[in-house]
Design a binder for this molecule. Sequence first.
Ligand code: 6PG
Length: 257
Amino acid sequence: MSEKQVIEVVVASDAQQVAAKSADLLIALAAQSAHAPNVALSGGSTPRAMYYHLAEQPSEVLGNLRRVNYFVGDERSVHNYHEDSNVRLAVENLFRPAGIPWRCLQAPDGGAKDLAAEAARYGNLMKQLLPTGANGQPQFDIVYLGMGGDGHTASLFPGTRALSEKQATFVANEVPQLGTWRLTLTYPALAAASHLVISLAGASKADVLAEIFTGAAQGKYPIEHLSAPRITWIIDEAAAASLNPEQIANYQKKGNA
Ligand code: 6PG
């Protein structure tokens, strides 16, 4: 756990509100940052609603969103136009409808023949383009993350090699339980970020979230090993259903001890 870590938990009414509150953090950063913000986008299905919320913003906000440097925090081992691609998800649901030029997005090629080399290239690009964080890793202003039902985040899945990566920024990661490879930011890269925003919704996440927030999980889930100066969980009531307000408050205090 990083020093002076601030943990915030925001409970939203539903998935739509999770998306809106997640988007609002980017809108505020894009409006207030003195430098062009560096933001890593998440994958999966949750970001889609956030992208819709961003794309329907007024022109002034859209103008601010065009000054952001976008990256993806992880990608599937598919080409960028494949239906499973996180890059395609962002291009089709955010960049195109919001009129954000594609040049604002630096993306890995999930369809590369040599995924390890492509991951290294993309990680080095992040190092070239971003300021350097305290641990020597490229420093994002915000990294958006989700959580899978197995407690994975980005493409840091339980039992996979990337969990033990201590040096590289972005790696190819074999995920035997899915029978595939992924490309992902590593724990050191995530720890360098100024702010991690974990957005999740739905009853399917409730049991794992309760194990994590009450400490019952005892570190068995990859997402529990995230570290950064500021971590914001944005969850909906369905995902929080197995927790009471005191348990949520205690979890926040844990990070702010
Ligand atoms: C991915 C994501 C992954 C995602 C979780 C949650 O590439 O799939 O980066 O970490 O955030 O699996 O996915 P949902 O948002 O679909 O629940």
